[in-house]
Design a protein around this ligand. Structure first.
Ligand code: KG4
Length: 344
């Protein structure tokens, strides 16, 4: 018999709901929050208010698009953390109320595990949702790079994941966003930098690269180096940013991608793992995707790149992670509280 799961995601500034029948995605509705654009970053209080406005229409629309009535759901899965507490509280409370009203189990999901498990969602025609139409085999390495995380995860099974490296300060997405802010680009800056970089020279500027032990990352020094380069050059040439925007974006992007790829490649070689995947918002970056493919070609790896809809925060991945736990009978009570910080 098929299992139908509703997933709810509200960890940051996207309100999302999705319906999954077995591993096939029936709907995935995402409401972004334009309110943060004016501030150049997510304002937590505004995010939780926007989630409150969005959650009912988003869940209704996800059920409508899936053609599923609330009474047909087998479980409600929700993101418990990590994320912004005020934002998480909206999704967690709504999921609890709905599960109680429907008399179905409640499943808590770790947002980071959900990003990794997005690789196992199938399309309605039964095909794998990844851009190459394949799913990773275990064990695989997953680079999870987003606005809040930069981790290399060894995935031995859907329930056995180990973080073997992670950022010791800022995440890669944060470096994209903060440097974009220095250039006066909008928020989130990552996609804008990606677009402008297409017309620039990646070797035009050099920014300092971190020297961190093992497979860990650091992006705070790169951010400072970018800021100081711009500050010093603007003193001599007030129009420096406008005149060099494409080159700045291309150089910044090349530097972040180099840093991410260097550790990922080393980890895959050291551990002799030939299945390598990307996940998280930064995995939408075209230069990162290209660099992984190029590296995979040299080493004979299979790579797995998520479709754009599953790179940034979405409830499809939450429903998928919820399904894994549902099948294992791992339910939670209505006393479950959100966590701002969790690990895998
Ligand atoms: O996973 P995500 O939606 O949110 C969390 O951090 O939870 O990731 C958002 C991040 C932002 O920092 C955004 O700038 C970055 O992903 N991002 C990109 C691109 N698209 C989104 N960074 C670089 N290139 C992109 N194309």
């Amino acid at each position: 018999m098929s299992v139908i799961i509703l997933g709810i995601e509200s960890s940051c500034d996207d309100t999302s709901a999705a319906v999954l029948r077995d591993d096939v995605l029936l709907s995935n509705v995402i409401a972004g929050q334009a309110v943060h654009e004016a501030y150049g970053g997510v304002v937590p209080e505004l995010a939780s208010r926007a989630h409150q406005q969005n959650i009912v229409p988003v869940v209704s629309e996800a059920l409508r698009q899936a053609g599923i009535g609330g009474g047909e759901l087998d479980a409600v899965a929700f993101t418990r953390g990590p994320g912004l507490l005020g934002s998480l509280l909206v999704g967690v409370s709504f999921a609890k109320g709905l599960a109680l009203a429907l008399g179905v189990p409640l499943v808590e999901v770790n947002h980071l595990q959900a990003h990794v498990l997005s690789h196992f969602i199938r399309r309605k025609d039964g095909g794998a949702s990844g851009v190459d139409g394949r799913q990773p085999a275990f064990p695989f390495l997953c680079l999870l790079a987003s606005g809040g995380n930069s981790q290399i995860i060894r995935v031995d099974s859907p329930v056995a994941m180990d973080i073997i490296g992670q950022t010791i300060d800022d995440a890669a997405g944060e470096a994209f966003d903060k440097c974009a802010k220095v250039m006066g680009l909008g928020y989130p800056g990552g996609p804008v930098v990606n677009r402008l970089a297409a017309g620039g020279n990646p070797q035009a500027f050099a920014f300092s690269k971190p020297r961190v032990q093992g497979y860990d990352y650091s992006f705070s020094g790169l951010k400072t180096s970018f800021l100081y380069t711009v500050r010093d050059r603007v003193r001599l040439e007030p129009d420096f940013v406008a005149a060099n925007r494409a080159d700045l974006c291309a150089s910044l992007q090349a530097c972040i991608v180099d840093v991410l790829m260097e550790k990922l490649c080393r980890a895959a070689v050291d551990l002799n793992i030939r299945e390598v995947a990307l996940a998280g918002g930064v995995s939408a970056n075209s230069a990162l995707r290209e660099a992984l493919r190029e590296c995979a070609g040299r080493h004979g790896w299979n790579v797995y790149i998520p479709p754009l809809a599953f790179t940034t925060d979405n409830a499809a991945m939450v429903a998928m992670a919820g399904r894994v736990k549902y099948l294992r009978g791992e339910f939670c009570g209505i006393d479950a509280v959100p966590f701002a910080r969790t690990t895998i």
